[in-house]
Design a protein around this ligand. Structure first.
Ligand code: TA6
Length: 296
């Protein structure tokens, strides 16, 4: 049985402790002069990260489940080995099994001047998966996927770091970086649309899969006097989502009035950009999140 005590006995790093969070789910908590954060073993799910002096960067729903086998709403859900509904079996969970399964903590270590890094591992046959997170002045995450060398054939997977960001007011923010990317619009009938040539602003439900893009995304939030840069490697798709009013009401683990305070910028390989591995081959997708003050 994995308990906070058994983890504390194995992993001793300045600024790192373990406790039992809501729903009895075990989590690691980081608190140093440089940064704070938390990650649940279930789903290897980052639920908080704040560089020193910054208000909450990641968004969490006040209505989130914290139950074994149910996804946590907010932070950084890991969608793997498929994205969205299972392609052929509706009884499978949306966004794959990774985010609702306990992961094994395999390493914890200090980074730079007061950060903390953790590595977690899991197996979703025929894939072995490692998730590495570094809580520091920036938030760095990487998802390493290896197809078992005993696999009998190449296998495809989809993955997303489904990051929820806290924003001042959805109508007051914009996202730049995707102006030249075509996208799949998932609101209503799923359609492929050309690049808009413009920054993304939110006026209604928005659910877009931008394809063939390695671009940084910049979320500018004037009322919070900050911009958040999401950089990535090993990712060719970016998903942008805000549920707006009606979809929020349909989600029991999402407060009806929470939609103006959040949006998702998801570092992904999905749809046309799904990854195919040969037996024994490894792929790494990473995301780096940085917060800068807006000079007035
Ligand atoms: O990434 C956007 C999306 O695929 C939306 O379609 C919406 O379903 C969202 O993910 C949340 O999915 P979840 O299964 O966590 O409710």
């Amino acid at each position: 049985m994995i308990t906070p005590e058994s983890l504390a006995a194995r992993f001793s790093v300045p600024g790192l402790r373990f406790d039992t969070g809501p729903g009895g789910l075990v989590r690691a908590v980081v608190d140093t002069p440089l940064t704070s954060g938390e990650i649940f073993l279930q789903g290897a799910h980052v639920t908080a990260w704040n560089p020193a002096g910054e208000c909450a960067v990641l968004w969490m729903s006040s209505a989130s489940y914290f139950e074994r086998g149910k996804p946590i709403r907010g932070g950084v859900p890991i969608c793997f080995p498929w994205f969205g509904p299972h392609p052929s079996n509706s009884s499978e969970p949306a966004h794959g099994r990774a985010r609702i399964t306990p992961w094994n903590l395999t390493a914890a270590f200090p980074i730079n001047e007061g950060g903390v890094g953790l590595e977690l591992e899991n197996t979703f046959d025929p894939f072995q998966v490692k998730f590495r997170v570094e809580f520091g002045h920036d938030l760095q995450m990487s998802l390493q996927v290896t197809l078992s060398k005993f696999a009998m054939q190449p296998e495809k997977f989809e993955a997303a770091l489904h990051t929820y960001f806290s924003v001042s007011e959805i109508a007051q923010v914009e996202i730049t970086g995707l102006e030249t990317s075509a996208y799949i619009d998932k609101v209503g009938e799923i359609t492929r649309k050309p690049a808009t040539g413009k920054a993304i602003r939110f006026e209604s439900e928005t659910d877009r899969v931008y394809l063939n893009t390695t671009a940084d995304c910049i979320l500018t939030d004037p009322l919070k006097h900050r911009k958040i840069t999401v950089s990535k490697t090993g990712s060719d798709a970016t998903v942008i989502w805000n549920p707006w009013i009606d979809k929020s009401v349909r989600m029991p683990d999402f407060g009806n009035d929470e939609w103006p305070g959040m949006l998702c910028i998801e570092t992904a390989n999905v749809s046309d950009n799904a990854i195919e591995l040969q037996p024994g081959q490894t792929h790494v997708m990473s995301a780096q999140i940085r917060v800068d003050s807006l000079t007035d």
